[in-house]
Write a protein that binds this ligand. Structure first.
Ligand code: NAD
Ligand code: DAU
Length: 386
């Protein structure tokens, strides 16, 4: 029997990359249904080719809409629900937190509730082959210390280094601790608190009703089709427009960057091989301080466009309130149980990414019209001076 995927948020950054990933690896018997509300971050053009070719059934609507969600379960009988749909930008959660709970918490409950209605048999057992996968984030674990200073990051621990021994880089770490699946939840922003709440609700459906669920907690993704409110596409766009590059605080915060296709591969592995009720951490073993990302992106844009590197655009601005210092995922469990490892070295992934945005100016032009300019003016009032 061919598999049917219900991909919520499939017109956003990771969701649309996942749709392409699945469509590219499975034949037409595999059905892909996308439910997306097309908020400011959703862009049906990301999956236009797949919709036009019939590979994707696109449903425009909200995961909060019980009637619509029920009708999708009734019509398509999905085997896998992959819930990407969310409000995702930390800065927006600081200025407008309510929608984050409405979508990320209540939307998830609506999906869980519908899945339970359609997947549960009268005797309380569950149809075979069903799975609810909640796409969560490393931010639910809170913030790690940066124990090593700027000039002296250290090699990552031997056990983790082995995981990426086939990769063409030497990963470094900025601290002693990593997030494991046992790390207590300690979210610190309205965004991460809403995501942590959703995780707990997903586990409640597992423990109370026996629903077959998994949760993945992933680090920062980068790659094509990311909305330019997020650091990397924002930098690429601003460099091209000659605008200041806003760096929060001193640019020393550390994120663990994962190329989006590696995330998609991990999600597929969890869907196919993950043990019900388990959480799987997904990370790139690619820790970078923000300022180093900024410098690398500036250098690559210059290289690809044959222009002078615009280090002069770097603009240190007021820090994000409650700014988490460091995220670093230990993906050891996912590697050991599912055979997944983060294959893309940052040096390769970032080249592909910068090139994609430079080659797709029209995509950027389309998404930064309208709402984006208003958001940017409010968020970066100190730096918005083209
Ligand atoms: P995104 O903001 O690019 O896309 C979110 C998508 O969800 C959009 O298409 C939007 O239209 C849709 N959406 C929002 N509200 C909806 C609703 N009520 N009903 C239906 N659709 C709705 O986000 P992303 O970066 O692709 O993140 C996807 C998921 O992955 C999120 O759950 C996020 O928490 C998680 N995640 C993201 C990252 C990252 O680095 N981007 C890392 C780890 C986890
Ligand atoms: O870790 C996973 C998370 O990664 C996901 O759950 C979130 O959905 C996703 O948005 C991302 O969160 P971050 O807050 O880490 O991503 P962002 O791109 O907003 O910021 C990355 C780092 O860069 C962070 O330390 C803040 C900093 N930054 C960001 C922006 C937008 C700046 O210095 N200047 C900026 O203008």
């Amino acid at each position: 029997m061919a598999t049917t995927y219900l991909v919520t948020g499939g017109a956003g950054f990771i969701g649309s990359n996942f749709v392409k990933y699945i469509a590219g690896r499975h034949d037409a018997a595999t059905r892909i249904v996308v439910l997306d509300a097309l908020t400011y971050a959703g862009n049906a053009a990301n999956i236009e080719a797949e919709i036009k070719s019939g590979r994707v059934e696109f449903v425009h609507g909200s995961i909060n809409d019980t009637t619509l969600v029920d009708s999708i379960f009734a019509e398509y009988d999905p085997d896998y629900v992959v819930n990407f749909a969310a409000e995702t930008h930390v800065d927006r959660s600081i200025t407008g937190p309510k929608i984050f709970s409405e979508t990320n918490v209540m939307g998830t409950v609506t999906l869980l509730d519908a899945a339970a209605r359609h997947w549960r048999l009268p005797d309380g057992a569950w149809w075979d082959g069903k799975k609810f996968l909640q796409i969560s984030t490393d931010e639910v674990y809170g913030s790690l210390a940066r124990d090593y200073d700027e000039a002296q990051p250290i090699d990552i621990p031997e056990t983790l280094r082995e995981l990426v021994s086939r990769r063409n880089d030497t990963p470094v770490s900025f601290g002693k601790k990593f997030f494991t699946e046992q790390t207590p939840l300690s979210p610190r922003s309205p965004y991460s608190a809403a995501k942590a709440s959703a995780d707990m609700l997903v586990m409640a459906w597992y423990h109370t009703y026996g629903m077959p669920v998994n949760i993945t907690r992933c680090s920062n993704n980068y790659g094509p089709m990311q909305f330019p409110e997020k650091l990397i596409p924002l930098l690429i766009n601003n460099i091209q427009e000659g605008r200041p590059l806003p760096v929060y605080g001193r640019g020393l915060n550390v994120r663990d960057w994962l190329y989006v296709d590696d995330h998609c591969a991990a999600i597929e592995a969890v869907l196919e091989k993950g043990t019900a009720g388990e959480v799987y951490n997904i990370g790139g073993l690619n820790e970078k301080a923000n300022i180093d990302i900024v410098r690398e992106v500036i250098a690559l844009v210059a290289e690809y466009t044959g222009t002078e590197p615009r280090y002069d655009l770097i603009d240190y601005v007021t820090d994000r309130p409650g700014h988490d210092m460091r995220y670093a995922i230990d993906p050891g469990k996912t590697a050991a149980e599912l055979g997944w490892i983060p294959m893309t070295a940052f040096s390769e992934g970032i080249r592909r990414t910068v090139k994609w945005y430079l080659d797709n100016r029209q995509w950027m032009h389309n998404v930064i019209s309208g709402e984006y300019r208003e958001y940017y003016r409010k968020q970066y009032k100190q730096t918005d001076r083209p």
